[in-house]
Every structure is written in structure tokens, then in C-alpha cells.
Design a protein around this ligand. Structure first.
Ligand SMILES: [Zn+2]
Length: 232
């Protein structure tokens, strides 16, 4: 006769766990008397398993589209989208005091993509701290001065010594009051990072059938990539 202890997922204890009826689908439910948490171990729908959320996020950040994830995990597309839509928009500027953070070299660049069709482009503008090797802020929008201005507003919280960009004329106009270096030599790091984004996020990959179907998903998934790699 074999006996397996049921471990509470909240406090990792076994001696306080008792049976606590059944779920609507008939699975055994348990309650932990120590932390009062109820839980179940078997799920008839694998989308309801506790580790599914992290798997969906990991796949979205590593070259899988939403439909890929649904096929691999055997769950519905709507479940995948519901998990990914929970991403809150974040910027590193949210948690710093104005002017407290000094950035010596700030590289800025823009990267093109589209939503639904190529006639509907969605540009990602972002800025990178060259020395600390981390992104500072990002915005999405058309490739024009107002989108760049929104990025510069986010960057205004930092104390930036030098801006480094390519020779797109809008940079020259909007950064005329700052120390601005125009050179492809000093944007190599951010240009290389564009390649990371295109490799790690399925919807940014070129020469494939994959593209974003909505602005919301495009912004949230790309934005969350910045959050987990730079803003936390
Ligand atoms: Zn417990």
C-alpha cells in the first residue's frame, strides 16, 4: 500500500491538509488548515493549471505566437489572449525620482512593424542606456514627431548627458536643445538590440506570416518584453 501526502501549494506543509469536497467538474478539492487556502491537484482543462500562466508568458517572450502557444499547450486561443491581456503597461521611469538618475549615453531608435496589414504600421520608439545596457522607455505609434515627443517626455525624468541617434531629421529638430550626437557608430548597441526583439517576439519577425491582429496585443507583448528584461 502506497501513501502520497498532499502538499499545500501556499505553505508547502502536508499535516494541515484536509479533503474539502469536489469542484463542479468532480475533481477532489483540499483545504489547508494552516493557511486556509483551498486548492485542487487535478484539472480537466489544462488552461486552469497554476503554472499555465507562466508557460504562456515564457512562450510569448521566446518566439511563439499566440496560436503556437494554444496548439502546444492544448488550450484555447482565447485563454492565451486572456492571460496576455493582463500585462499592465510599465516604464522604468515609473519608479524613479525626477533627475535622480544620471544617464551618460542615451541611444534612441525606432523599429517598424505593423498591425493587421502593412498599410497600418506601428512603430516602436525606444531609448537605451548604452553604459548600463538597459532600455529606459518605449512608446508605440506612427513614425512622426509626436510619437518621438512622447518618448522624450518619458525620458525627461532622467538626467541625460548625451543623446545618440541616427540621422532621421526629426531627431535633429526635437533634440536641438540637448547634447545630440548623430552617428551610426554610436547606435550600434540599440541597432543590435532591434535584432533581439525581432528574434524573440514572433510578431516582429520579418518574412513570416506572423503579425499582430490588434494594437492592444502588439503593445502589451512587446511592452512586457521590455518590462521583464529591463524595467524590473
Ligand atoms: Zn497551507
Amino acid at each position: 500500500m502506497a501513501k502520497v501526502d498532499v502538499v499545500c501549494p501556499q505553505c508547502n506543509e502536508t499535516h494541515g491538509v484536509r479533503c474539502n469536497g469536489h469542484s463542479a467538474s468532480g475533481a477532489q478539492r483540499y483545504i489547508c488548515k494552516l493557511c486556509s487556502k483551498t486548492f485542487q491537484l487535478n484539472f480537466s482543462y489544462s488552461g486552469a493549471k497554476p503554472d499555465t500562466h507562466q508557460t504562456i508568458v515564457n512562450m510569448a517572450m521566446n518566439g511563439s505566437g499566440c496560436r503556437d502557444t494554444a496548439r502546444v499547450l492544448g488550450i484555447s486561443l482565447n485563454t492565451v489572449l486572456r492571460h496576455l491581456k493582463k500585462f499592465p503597461p510599465k516604464q522604468v521611469a515609473d519608479n524613479i525620482d525626477a533627475e535622480a538618475e544620471v544617464v551618460i549615453c542615451c541611444e534612441a531608435d525606432e523599429q517598424g512593424s505593423y498591425v493587421r496589414c502593412k498599410a497600418n504600421p506601428r512603430w516602436l520608439f525606444y531609448a537605451d542606456d548604452r553604459i548600463r545596457k538597459r532600455a529606459l522607455a518605449h512608446v508605440f505609434g506612427p513614425r512622426n514627431a509626436s510619437t518621438l515627443q512622447r518618448l522624450l517626455t518619458l525620458l525627461s525624468k532622467f538626467n541625460i548627458a548625451f543623446y545618440m541617434t541616427d540621422a532621421w531629421p526629426v531627431y535633429t529638430v526635437l533634440l536641438s536643445a540637448t547634447s545630440h550626437v548623430v552617428s551610426k557608430k554610436y547606435t550600434q548597441r540599440i541597432e543590435r538590440y532591434n535584432l533581439n526583439l525581432r528574434t524573440h517576439i514572433k510578431r516582429l519577425t520579418r518574412r513570416t506570416l506572423c503579425f499582430s491582429k490588434s494594437e492592444e496585443m502588439h503593445d502589451k507583448i512587446t511592452g512586457w518584453y521590455f518590462t521583464i528584461h529591463h524595467y524590473q
